[in-house]
Design a protein around this ligand. Structure first.
Ligand code: FE2
Ligand code: FE2
Length: 300
C-alpha cells in the first residue's frame, strides 16, 4: 500500500473507468483509479492524504487504485502536512510554529474562567482554525491567514502591556484569540471563503458571542464578570455599527482589541500589496485601507 499527500487536479472519465488526476510533492502528475461515487467526494484543488494499492491493469502494466482518502484540513498539522501545503500554498510556511505560539499565549492566561473558555473553544475548533483565511478579500485572505492575524495581534499586544500597567493580560489574550474564531463558520471551507448560510444571516460576531455563552454554560461560568467582558469584546471588536458591532468598545482591553484588529488587518493588507509593487511605483488600491494606493519608496 502506498500513502502520500496529493492535490486533486481533475478527473478522467470514460464509459466504465474513472480516474482522479493528482499531483504530489515533489511534482509528479498521475491518475489513480476510483469508483464513480468518489468523484462527488473529492474536490478539485484540495489536498488529501491518500492510501492506494497497485493492481495489474493489463498483463505486466501496473496501475493505482484509491483505497482511502482524508482531506488535509481535518488533520492536525504536522511537518508532512506543512510541507505538502507549502508546495501548493507558499503562505502556509510556519503553520505549525504559529499554532504552537498561539497555544503558548493561551497557556500564559492565569484566570481560570478565561483560560478554560479560551482553551476549550480553541481546541473545539482546531485544527480547522489554523488552516482558515481571516477574510475573503480585505486582509489575510489566504490559507492560515486567521492564525497569522491572531498571532500578529498577540505579538503587537505585548509592547502595550509594557507601557500600560492597567491592562489585564488574561482578558486581552483571551479576547484576541477568540475574536475571529467563528470565521470558520462564517466561510464555507479554508479554500472557499464564501459565506455560509450562518455567515450570511449572522456573521462571526453573533456566532462568537453564542459560542462564548455555550462554553460558559457547559462549565458553569455563565454569571461571571469574565464571560460578560468576553461577550462585550466579541460584539465590540469591529468598533462601530457600520462594521457589524452593536456596541463601541467600553473597557480598556476591548478598546485595545479593536485597535489591534484594525491595525494588524490594515498593515498586513498594505504590506501584502507592497510585496507585489516595484520600487518607486504605487501599489494597487488597498481595499482595507480606504482604497488608498501606497507608494513604495526605494530607500533601503
Ligand atoms: Fe472580526
Ligand atoms: Fe480580526
Amino acid at each position: 500500500m502506498e500513502k502520500f499527500y496529493a492535490r486533486v487536479n481533475g478527473f478522467n472519465q470514460n464509459k466504465d473507468l474513472v480516474s482522479v488526476i493528482v499531483e504530489t510533492v515533489p511534482k509528479k502528475v498521475f491518475g489513480i483509479r476510483i469508483v464513480r461515487e468518489q468523484i462527488e467526494l473529492l474536490k478539485v484543488g484540495y489536498i488529501y492524504f491518500m492510501e492506494t494499492e497497485s493492481f495489474e491493469r493489463k498483463p505486466g502494466e501496473l496501475s493505482l487504485r484509491l483505497l482511502n482518502f482524508e482531506e488535509i484540513f481535518g488533520k492536525e498539522p504536522d511537518t508532512a502536512i506543512e510541507e505538502a501545503l507549502k508546495a501548493f500554498f507558499p503562505e502556509c510556511e510556519g503553520l505549525i510554529e504559529r499554532m504552537n505560539e498561539i497555544n503558548k499565549f493561551v497557556d500564559k492566561i492565569n484566570n481560570v474562567i478565561l483560560k478554560t473558555i479560551t482553551k476549550k473553544l480553541l481546541k473545539r475548533y482546531s485544527p480547522t482554525f489554523f488552516y482558515y483565511p481571516a477574510a475573503s478579500r480585505m486582509h489575510h485572505n489566504y490559507l492560515g491567514g486567521l492564525a497569522r492575524h491572531t498571532l500578529g495581534m498577540l505579538k503587537m499586544s505585548e509592547s502595550l502591556k509594557v507601557l500600560y500597567s492597567e491592562i489585564n493580560n488574561d482578558i486581552l489574550i483571551s479576547g484576541i484569540v477568540l475574536h475571529d474564531i467563528m470565521k470558520i463558520k462564517e466561510y464555507k471551507t479554508p479554500l472557499e471563503p464564501e459565506f455560509t448560510k450562518e455567515g450570511h444571516l449572522l456573521g462571526h460576531i453573533p456566532l462568537g458571542v453564542a459560542e462564548i455563552t455555550k462554553e460558559a454554560l457547559r462549565n458553569g461560568f455563565e454569571d461571571s464578570e469574565e464571560v460578560l467582558l468576553l461577550q462585550h469584546m466579541m460584539i465590540s471588536h469591529h468598533g462601530q455599527l457600520a462594521f457589524g458591532s452593536s456596541r463601541k468598545p467600553a473597557f480598556i482591553e476591548a478598546f485595545i482589541l479593536h485597535m489591534l484588529d484594525n491595525m494588524n488587518s490594515k498593515l498586513t493588507a498594505i504590506t501584502d500589496a507592497l510585496k507585489k509593487t516595484s520600487d518607486f511605483t504605487f501599489s494597487e488600491n488597498v481595499a482595507a485601507a480606504e482604497k488608498t494606493s501606497f507608494y513604495k519608496h526605494g530607500i533601503k
